[in-house]
Design a protein around this ligand. Sequence first.
Ligand code: OAD
Length: 235
Amino acid sequence: MRDIQNIVILTGAGVSAESGIDTFRDAGGLWEQHRVEDVATPEAFARDPDLVLRFYDMRREAIQTKEPNAAHRALAKLDAEWSGGLLIVTQNVDDLHERAGAKRLIHMHGEHLNAWCTVCDMRMPWIGPLLDRPACPGCGAPGSLRPDIVWFGEMPYRMDEIYDALGSADLFVSIGTSGAVYPAAGFVREARAAGARTIELNMEPSQGSYWFDEARHGPATRLVPAWVDAMLDQA
Ligand code: OAD
């Protein structure tokens, strides 16, 4: 195994599950309660904006009542103490990684606590509802704000930076994601192609489990702190 300098960590809904935020595909998960086609596509927003805005307003309100858990805190500690390269790429749209203190972080699927103006293209922090169609604070256009969330059929954010990091990764760790949604589900193969060691930390084998050199199964609040402690001990 080559020396580990550069680490890329991919997180998904499982890392926030123990903070009380629903995952998407577990039993009772969000996509059992709502159809993706109704709330998470540009077509759904065009067809029934009130339904989509109400769905995201409720989720935006709910995440503000949640707290980071031991897995978020452990990753923030690794970010602070790892002297080599490190990038946390999250598919999550909550802000629990940054509230735990993580800095080297990319939200590839957007952020609940941001709004995006479809007229002037400005993105801005947003904690309140969007259903009442507030004017854009930047350009003043009425009713132009949408959730800054990457919907199905839209391009995830900052992919060039992510692929650059994967291309020089020595270690790729996937945490709490089912491996069902691309392009994130393909990151393990990108990292392998670059010669990285690959580890999965998840409650159960993901759809892409086969591609990992090593898999540990259990709750993120147990697996992640143990893995982080081991990484910092060997550094
Ligand atoms: P999923 O709901 O598809 O998968 C969550 C994974 O976390 C599952 O494999 C669970 O077994 C695992 N899990 C659940 N609780 C856990 C725990 N306490 N500790 C560790 N693992 C746990 O969520 P994602 O893979 O994040 O995209 O979903 C990917 C994308 O699909 C989301 O970002 C979202 C969704 O549609 C968009 O909205 C664009």
